[in-house]
Design a protein. Sequence first.
Length: 66
Amino acid sequence: MSHKNKDYYEILNLKRNCNNEDIANAYRRLALKFNPKRNHPQEYALNNFHFHQLAEAYLVLSDRII
């Protein structure tokens, strides 16, 4: 995973002063929206890309030190 030039807060639609609960809630909400298995087959590639970006953002931000 490359962490360069990615704004994980923007990917999850969060403000920088959010807490861990906000991060988890945003991830869950967006993961359901972009889950490639829950959406139309013609949107699979795009949703799969967004889904993996969300997962990466969640992993990075959930490990941050507050």
